[in-house]
Design a protein around this ligand. Structure first.
Ligand code: DHB
Length: 513
């Protein structure tokens, strides 16, 4: 008896530190504020819980917090469609753009003035969690950087652990977390889904006092992920090598020029345009230095492009049993696969009654629609000069992502280091390979010890040139080849952005088991 008591005491003493750290991470379901929002004529009532700390020892308390929104029905023993308070999935849209710091959001209107993803998720009976995360520009009082890689993904994992830790207390099923994000946020959404329970992040989670438990999630929605950063430069030049000038992001038909206070077409507006304007780009998306490329940049482009086939072939990707390889000259089955995806995109647009006339890369013949790859590249154009991501002068957003507490910008590829034009000391120029890996979903997919999500929806606009469309395709194929349920497509004429097809996104969520 005495031994039993001693054991009990001992186990309590050992458990105490973990308990102490998690003690302020308890969700209190009685502290919600009642609110409502109109979603397409429907009054959606919900409870709001805002500004909750998701780690016990935040480094940036203003960012490491989350908002929770829960349909009121779940506090009144009602169901919404097939969901109840126990079974409703938890929708987790991050707000990251440009790998910048992000803050939690409340339901409201999106940039298109329609109810945003949070509002629509509530209308569909989902519990919604909107997290803030650290980002690459944050500095503490002493000037040390606090949000460099892997901070944002560690924060999202801490959020997932918080939700699982509170699963009993909070309406919704924390085994049904569905992540969503766009661009850098799309990349983080994919990384969160790819890297479930990877031990590599444990020291970081521990340092923050994250809740104990699993960080694996159920499903991923990812729009135009700026991902696979170690190979994105190769993929970009493989596609855009023939384009020698960086030009402003494309507008969708009917979209307005969006510079606050400036009339479309005014001299100032045009000037803004030349600098690389922000028309309809996601919040946080960087602005690029446009114009013709130098002879040196063109040389860089052709060297990077010629290195892509070896990388692509090393992945041994297949689709419907066919090997997707590339010849040394960059042509081959993988390119044919992308062409097929573009054709699919055009056919869907045609079925939806969209006007295909503006697409100079589509040919109509007696055999039906055909894609002209070279014209597609011309029509899409390049947004970034070579190298697109690991800039030789360390000036890109990604260089800033891979800095550390003392150094703002670093290289993250062999190629970048070998050709660096930065005056920064060699010893401080490169991010450790282990950190680059922590930001790369490709590193985790297919590993037996990792709990990669089962369900994936990946979208990359057919008119998006922030990264090569090879990047999301490689991600989708790798997932498909490791047996995941993947819905991948390239919405027609869609430039860089996300959440533009929320009705379809929530239909997809409704089909999940
Ligand atoms: C984003 C866009 C980019 O082109 C990039 O390199 C990184 C991030 C973004 O929109 O989040």
């Amino acid at each position: 008896m005495k031994t039993r008591l001693n054991l009990l005491l001992l186990s309590f003493l050992f458990a105490a530190p973990a308990f102490a750290e998690s003690k302020n991470l308890h969700f209190n379901a009685s502290q919600g504020q009642e609110r409502h929002i109109d979603v397409n004529g429907q009054k959606v009532q919900y409870l709001a819980f805002e500004g909750l700390s998701y780690v016990a020892k935040p480094l940036e308390p203003a960012y490491q917090q989350l908002n929770v929104y829960i349909p009121k029905a779940y506090f009144e023993h009602q169901s919404i469609g097939r969901y109840t308070t126990e079974t409703a999935p938890i929708f987790l849209p991050n707000n990251v753009g440009g790998y910048m710091p992000s803050q939690p959001k409340a339901p409201g209107l999106g940039r298109d003035q329609q109810p945003d993803a949070i509002a629509q998720a509530l209308a569909h009976g989902l519990v919604v969690v909107s997290p803030g995360t650290r980002g690459r520009t944050l500095q503490d009082k002493s000037g040390n950087y606090t949000g460099k890689a892997p901070a944002a993904i560690v924060d999202l994992k801490a959020v997932v652990r918080y939700l699982k830790f509170n699963d009993i207390k909070m309406p919704g099923d924390a085994n049904k977390i569905i992540s969503n994000g766009t661009s850098a946020g799309g990349a983080l959404s994919a990384l969160l889904g790819a890297s479930g329970d990877a031990p590599d992040y444990l020291p970081y989670l521990k340092q923050l006092g994250a809740a104990p438990g699993s960080d694996a999630i159920y499903a991923v929605s990812s729009y135009c992920p700026i991902t696979n950063l170690g190979h994105a430069d190769l993929a970009y030049e493989w596609m855009f090598q023939s384009i020698h000038e960086a030009t402003a992001p494309k507008l969708q038909a009917g979209q307005a020029f969006e510079a606050p206070g400036l009339e479309p077409g005014s001299p100032l507006a045009l000037n803004e345009k030349i600098k690389g304007d922000r028309r309809n780009r996601p919040a946080g998306a960087p602005v690029f230095n446009l114009g013709p490329m130098t002879a040196k940049q063109l040389k860089v482009s052709s060297e990077l492009a010629s290195a892509f086939p070896d990388y692509l072939n090393s992945l041994s990707l297949t689709h419907k049993g066919q090997a997707l390889q590339l010849s040394k000259d960059g042509t081959g089955a993988f390119q044919q696969y992308l062409q097929q995806q573009l054709l699919q995109s055009a056919m869907v647009a045609q079925q939806q009654g969209k006007d295909l006339n503006a697409a100079t890369w589509l040919k109509t013949s007696s055999a039906g629609l055909q894609v002209d790859w070279n014209n597609y590249i011309k029509a899409t154009g390049r947004l970034k000069k070579a190298p697109a991501f690991d800039s030789l002068d360390l000036s890109s957003g990604e260089n800033s992502l891979f800095g550390d507490s003392k150094t703002n910008n670093k290289h993250f590829t062999d190629w970048g280091v070998a050709h660096s034009a930065s005056p920064q000391k060699k010893s401080k120029q490169r991010a450790p390979a282990a950190i680059v890996t922590l930001m790369d979903p490709m590193h985790f997919i297919g590993k037996e010890t990792i709990k990669t999500s089962t369900h994936w929806r990946i979208r990359h606009g057919a008119a998006d040139n922030d990264t090569s469309l090879a990047v999301p395709a490689i991600l989708a194929l790798r997932l498909e080849n490791s047996g995941k349920n993947v819905d991948f497509s390239l919405p027609f004429a869609q430039p860089h952005g996300g959440d533009y097809d929320l009705a379809e996104l929530f239909n997809w969520i409704a089909t999940l088991p």
